[in-house]
Ligand binder design. Structure first.
Ligand code: NAI
Length: 298
């Protein structure tokens, strides 16, 4: 069973290099028409270049179809315009990979509010902007595949990346509501936490690991998660050909009443509250409320 993207139009943000470039090349190779978006800035988001154009040339050189877009994901109007151009040229937008990102690492003690705001703006608000720009089109088409790019920092934390981690877990949260709202319209939304050797990790990953952690070794997960038979609401980790799933879980917990319904009661039952045996993965926030109701009745 070959996974193909013929007759599909895909937008990949931040596709002028690194992971986004690998996704764009592979999508085009498998038949998708690809919008390569990238403003071509430096790692910290400053400056501009024609990085997107170069990837379009690469795609065209091997017979693929692509158009470049130099807009910033932080500018909603530019994203609306990008979607309009894709629809004008190719009749729709079926796939969106929100991949654009920047880094401004510093311990929280040294982080200026502006560095926090900027990183959240690019990753979280940026992804929301592009998603909003394609949402109505996907609803009308009754077809959409959207991938958010989180990070192990968002899911598990990392020293010096408070801004980045907050934005990245926010994207997993965005997935968890959009998958519910999109289900009726055949819109599936997933989250990918990649690990790859790119300029973003060049001072973290040792040189010899770079090859193993090539973006091409993450791309299979990204492509599956935007394919026709993709799951929805999955959180997938991918790096160096290793693929994992991550979950937000809930323990059965305990119901406290009377004198025990107190901070002391919570303290006394802490082991039971945090006991993971019988934990579940709720499919929505409502499910947690239903479980609480069930405990009240039982
Ligand atoms: P990268 O720096 O090569 O790619 C990010 C791209 O986004 C750049 O080409 C940049 O110009 C573009 N970009 C930045 N701001 C933009 C904006 N406002 N509008 C449009 N494009 C913009 O880095 P990499 O590693 O390929 O990162 C891709 C995504 O994967 C990012 O979201 C990153 O946070 C995420 N990620 C990467 C990991 C890794 O190990 N490389 C680990 C976890 C997450």
């Amino acid at each position: 069973m070959t996974i193909r993207f013929d007759d599909k139009v895909a937008i990949v943000t931040g596709a002028g290099g690194g992971l986004g470039r690998a996704y764009a090349l592979e999508l085009a190779k498998r038949g998708a028409k690809v919008v390569v978006n990238d403003l071509g800035g430096a790692r910290d988001g400053t400056g501009h270049s024609d990085a997107a154009l170069q990837v379009v040339e690469e795609i065209k050189a091997v017979g693929g179809e692509a158009m470049s877009n130099g807009g910033s994901v932080t500018e909603y109007d530019q994203m609306v315009e990008m979607v309009a151009k894709a629809k004008e040229a190719w009749g729709g937008v079926h796939i969106l990979i929100n991949n654009a990102g920047v880094l401004r690492d510093k311990s929280f003690a040294k982080m200026e509010p502006e560095d926090f705001r900027f990183v959240v703006d690019v990753h979280l608000n940026g992804s929301a902007n592009v998603t909003k720009a394609v949402w109505e089109t996907m609803r009308e088409q009754a077809y959409g595949r959207i991938l958010m790019t989180a990070s192990s920092t968002g899911l598990f934390g990392n020293f010096g990346q408070a801004n980045y981690g907050a934005a990245k877990l926010g994207l997993a949260g965005l997935t968890k509501t959009l998958y519910l709202e999109g289900a009726k319209y055949n819109i599936r939304v997933n989250t990918l936490a990649p690990v790859a050797g790119t300029r973003m990790t060049e001072d973290i990953l040792p040189e010899e690991a770079f090859k193993l952690f090539a973006p091409e070794n993450v791309a299979p997960a990204a492509l599956y998660l935007v394919s026709e038979d993709a799951p929805s609401n999955a959180i997938v980790g991918a790096g160096a050909g290793v693929f994992q799933a991550s979950y937000v879980t809930l323990t059965p917990g305990v119901r406290l009443t009377g004198e025990e319904l107190s901070p002391e009661g919570v303290a006394a039952h802490w082991a039971q509250i945090t006991d993971r045996s019988g934990e579940i993965v709720p499919n929505s926030g409502t499910e947690q409320s239903m479980l609480i109701m069930g405990k009240l009745q039982g």
